[in-house]
Design a binder for this molecule. Structure first.
Ligand code: CA
Length: 145
């Protein structure tokens, strides 16, 4: 094979590798995390806030899901009562990729006819680097009969 053809083949190979790297970095085409930035492919969301009334109290349990492709370490979930500003910082265990865990439950005093909205925020102190830090809130409304 002449040297000139070898050179052309090498250039084409380099272009293909660069194109593949660009596609991977920008679109995650080969299963890697999107963006190719400093995050590690972890993404936490609040899947649900469970509210169980027990007489004059309610047990509030946030369920946090890791929708990313990498495991997440432990974090704190913030639970905020929107009308009063009352706040809990709830211990939340490590979460494997694709799994959902219950955070530490909170006890909240309620009375009949009371309605309230809660804002639950996963990883409030940003202990876990995430591919999306803007999807960590869930607002839940409840009416206590
Ligand atoms: Ca997130």
């Amino acid at each position: 094979m002449p040297i000139a053809m070898l050179g052309k083949a090498l250039i084409i190979l380099i272009i293909v590798v660069i194109a593949a790297l660009l596609l991977e970095t920008n679109f995650g085409l080969f299963g890697g995390p999107r963006g190719g930035d400093q995050t590690n492919g972890t993404d936490l969301i609040v899947a649900n806030l469970s509210i169980e009334r027990n007489g004059e109290t309610a047990t509030l349990t946030p369920y946090v899901r890791n929708i990313g492709i990498a495991d997440a370490g432990p974090s704190k979930t913030r639970l905020l009562v929107m009308s009063s500003g009352m706040t809990w910082m709830l211990n939340t265990p490590a979460i494997r990729a694709g799994q959902t865990v219950a955070a530490e439950p909170a006890e909240f005093a309620v009375s009949s006819g009371f309605s309230e909205a809660f804002n639950t925020t996963a990883d409030f102190f940003s202990a876990v680097p995430e591919t999306d830090e803007n999807n960590n809130d869930l607002v839940t409304s409840a009416v206590f009969p």
